[in-house]
Design a protein around this ligand. Sequence first.
Ligand code: SAH
Length: 502
Amino acid sequence: MTIRGGVVYLVGAGPGDPGLMTARSLALIASADVVFYDRLIPPGALSGARQGAELVYVGKHPGIPSVPQEEIGKRLVEAALAGRSVVRLKGGDPFVFGRGGEEGEALRAAGVEFEVVPGVTAGVAATAYAGIPVTHRDDASAVAFVTGHEDPTKTETALDWDALAAFPGTLVFYMGVKRLAENATALIEGGRDPEQPAAAVERGTMVGQRTVEATLGTIAAAVEREQVGAPALIVVGPVAARRHQLAWLERRPLHGLRVIVTRARAQASGFAAALRDLGAEVVELPAIRIESRVGSPEVRAAAASIGEYSLLCLTSPNGVRLLFEALAEAGADARSLAGATVAAIGPGTARALAEYGIAADVVPEHFVAEALVEALATVEVEGRRVLVARAAEAREVLPEALRERGAEVDVLALYETVREEPGAEAIEAAQDADYVTFTSSSTVTNLTEALGDRFPKGARVVSIGPVTSDAARAAGLEVDVEAGRHDIDGLLAALLDDAAKR
Ligand code: SAH
């Protein structure tokens, strides 16, 4: 895909779940010179923007002065006329209550080219996530998207409430919470059955989505009682009751559970995504960060002479990636490992090796140094040169065992794990966590030190394996769950098992 300079892309970002952003929206964000964005865009929507891109917030927040619509139009025109590629990113779909039409008109009037990239609109997405099909063979052959923001008592209203009341299908109200009581009354006065099912969907597709069910006659009181906040949609029609058979979000195994992930940010994303897919609300507290030592004289020297080692031991996926980075810097690649036996500490490390075309010769089932020592028992090491490539602050179990067997061992520190201070917001969110997960002893020590007496007392502690569990106990924690397989999949399985018993 190419992005054109001087063109404005009116792009829909979807209803809030980052996974519902279109491929085209992501590609455009990745190559735009400037992105003007609204408040209701998914978390992380801009993380793929290129370095140096200008990111401009032009959203409207209730009660806070915002950039006027006219001004937004002007700034889009300016940026485009300067020859820049411009993404105008909006929540949901740009042409559904998104003022995309107005912005397009302003651009056309100024002679600026634009393209429209539709997004998944909240009216179908929030409802779908609530288990409410907006149409249904038996219940609704039509659906209307309606703004709830119009005042039904004002004389010049654009909405014909009697016609809406008589509409033969589902009514979906956007921006419908504030005037819900008046709107519901107007519908009932217009002849719509007050017994008809209705629902409010709050924060649809986002973390903490909530649905409140009622009837047209009682929905306003229910929304008030449950304190439904923005953004929320109101659905009126028999389909709202289909949720009793079709709700699915709430059935996911980790729904409603808050889980703390403590891995370094770079590795946390896959684990966090897996947890989210299972319904968990994830709090990322990256207690550690990986600091690469690729580029240090020591790593350079080892990369240049890698061919001299006949056994290579890798103890983490990070180590694998950094080793290949170091090789690339030295102008080498996987071929320089052709003569060596390659040992990986566990399946995750073996998978990382496979990404570079290396099938590990030795992979113990349990992902601890002792197990690797055991697995290497059948490999002749006496008199052989061995490279153990790993983190700077690791245990000496493996090098010592190999030396005892007569190997000439070099230890190469490819990275350091340094402590990262979690943000105040994340610490706050962590207080109500149901689970805290630990994937290594360093995540234990770093997190307990960083949180101090703000460590969540009620959270169940899940550890990846015995070494990490020992570290947790040494830090004064009680380990509630220990993974049987000492990798991320094993940790996830153990957590699911425990959650199922709750
Ligand atoms: N262009 C957007 C709508 C913008 S109007 C779209 O196509 O979805 C803003 C209104 O959209 C909110 O007041 C709310 O009614 C609805 N809305 C947007 N995102 C929502 C969400 N995640 N869950 C529920 N309603 C949402």
